[in-house]
Design a protein around this ligand. Structure first.
Ligand SMILES: [Cu+2]
Length: 141
């Protein structure tokens, strides 16, 4: 009987692992933008404890018309943002989307989002997997 239970538990946990891509997303937040701002930014951390490199290839959200992958870089002392087609998440590593680095950038919606609002995002990866996250709108991290 004990053996049967153990086998069932093993089956359950195996199917759970197979359902996802093994990545974990945490600290997702959207920076509150001042009234009239045309763009908003979102930040999060993607952990990859697996043996496989992962690649974020796109993000969508019901709250925004589109979501862009950006990276802030400083060239000759001038800060600018560069569009990214993809953001790598190394095996046994993580990538941090944070101010001054990688981030998500969205056109501000018609109805202004303010601190405390919740926004859903779906992250799409190169292996066809996706992860849904909920981000809170905040004034700072
Ligand atoms: Cu940007």
């Amino acid at each position: 009987m004990k053996q049967l239970l153990f086998a069932l538990l093993l089956t359950a946990s195996t199917s759970l692992a197979a359902a996802g891509n093994g990545l974990a997303v945490e600290h997702a937040w959207v920076r509150e933008a001042p009234p009239g701002a045309s763009m908003m930014a979102a930040y999060l951390v993607i952990d990859n404890p697996t043996d496989q490199d992962a690649m974020l290839i796109g993000v969508e959200s019901p709250a925004f018309s589109h979501v862009m992958l950006h990276r802030s870089v400083t060239v000759d002392g001038v800060a600018r943002m560069v569009h990214q087609d993809r953001i790598p998440v190394p095996a046994h590593g993580s990538v941090t989307l944070e101010p001054g680095s990688y981030h998500l950038m969205m056109p501000a919606p018609d109805t202004r989002l303010v601190a405390g609002d919740k926004v859903g995002f779906v992250l799409h990866f190169a292996d066809d997997s996706s992860i849904q996250v909920t981000a809170e709108v905040r004034k700072k991290p």
